[in-house]
Write a new protein. Structure first.
Length: 358
């Protein structure tokens, strides 16, 4: 059972926040991959957290649409996948890289745990399609009690480094060729002398290079997690040591054989509802609004009755002809007298300082 199958189970319960077709999905991936290369490329500087959050949201939307459009099937082989759709296999790997790039100490442990799930889901797809190298799959699937001896571990790292170097050279050559032909190395698709076979070789090289980096990424994350927990328990970087209570649970570890649990956690992290779900029905909301409207009408009617009673008591309920008019005239008369007294005490122009000079 693949991540695509699991995600389809909740597809009927979720609605996407915007309409998207395959052409705009390709455009979104072009924009997201270009941003990823700019923020997290080999020569990139430390990115801002807000840029990482925006890129992560964009990549999660792409992952949702990949499942919505049913681009991949658990029963198909690598040759059955079109070159146009093949690049979307990189989405879980890119999610892991973006998630693990956060530098916030409080958020980093949870981010690393999510990134490890993304990397393992990506490696599972590559293993199913026979894209990943056998040694890389074995390293990813290796448990804590299956560690290699020092010599074997060194040989494994040297062999992986050679494969990565060859793949890097191949990717750089094909990207350079695409830049010469199409003008933009991240413009996905074939054209002119850059044919579909070269495009497929480029994407397969990217997939193999990505899955080759997953073992080191997972190993680094597993080593960093305990250090982060100790640092947070001390109160942050630069704080002194503090006695820690005995661990209440085993360290975080998710084996790749547990596919169902792995894909369920991947689904929960990626395929989430993009908006806050309602806490009441439309009928309940309407009843509350109607009750509030009735309460406001009752208060308004009560104020009107009070004003009418006060006016009736003041003017003898209209029995005395002209009582209200006489009262209004008296009020206006007193107001005019007060204003005349104010003008006598404050002649016109008396407040003008420049007029009082000399």
């Amino acid at each position: 059972m693949s991540a695509a199958e699991v995600a389809r189970e909740i597809e009927s319960k979720q609605e996407i926040h915007r309409d998207t077709d395959e052409y705009s999905l390709s455009h979104e991936f072009f924009d997201a991959y270009k941003t990823y290369s700019r923020l997290l490329g080999p020569e990139a500087e430390a990115p801002e957290e807000k840029d990482l959050d925006a890129l992560l949201s964009q990549m999660k939307a792409i992952a949702f649409h990949v499942v919505k459009f049913r681009l991949f099937s658990p029963n198909e082989e690598l040759d059955d996948i079109s070159t146009t759709d093949l690049k979307y296999l990189l989405v879980p790997y890119l999610l892991g890289e973006i998630t693990a790039a956060t530098r916030e100490i409080e958020d980093r442990p949870a981010a690393l745990k999510r990134a490890m799930l993304y990397w393992r889901a990506f490696a599972a797809d590559c293993q199913r399609l026979q894209v990943a190298h056998a040694d890389d799959v074995a390293a990813i699937d290796r448990g804590p009690g299956e560690a290699l001896d020092v010599a074997s571990k060194r040989d494994e790292k040297i062999a992986r480094h050679k494969r990565c170097k060859e793949l890097d050279n191949k990717v750089a050559f094909l990207f350079g060729k695409k830049r010469e032909v199409l003008g933009d190395e991240y413009q996905w698709g074939a054209g002119s002398s850059f044919d579909e076979e070269m495009e497929r070789d480029l994407i397969l090289a990217l997939l193999k290079r990505a899955v080759a980096s997953v073992p080191d990424s997972i190993s680094s994350a597993e080593q960093e997690l305990p250090l982060l927990e100790i640092m947070i328990a001390r109160g942050g970087p630069g704080k002194g040591p503090r006695e820690l209570p005995p661990p209440a649970e085993k360290p975080f570890f998710c084996k790749i054989q547990d596919r169902a649990e792995l894909e369920r956690m991947y689904r929960e992290m990626v395929f989430q509802c993009p908006y806050t779900l309602p806490t009441m029905s439309i009928e309940e909301a309407a009843e509350i609004e109607m009750a509030e409207a009735q309460e406001r009408d009752a208060e308004r009617a009560e104020r009107q009755r009070y004003q009418q009673a006060e006016e009736a008591d003041r003017y003898w309920s209209g029995d005395r002809y002209g009582a209200k008019e006489d009262d209004d005239e008296d009020r206006q008369l007193y107001k005019d007298r007060d204003f005349d007294a104010f003008k006598d005490e404050h002649p016109w122009g008396s407040g003008n300082k420049m007029g009082n000079i000399g």
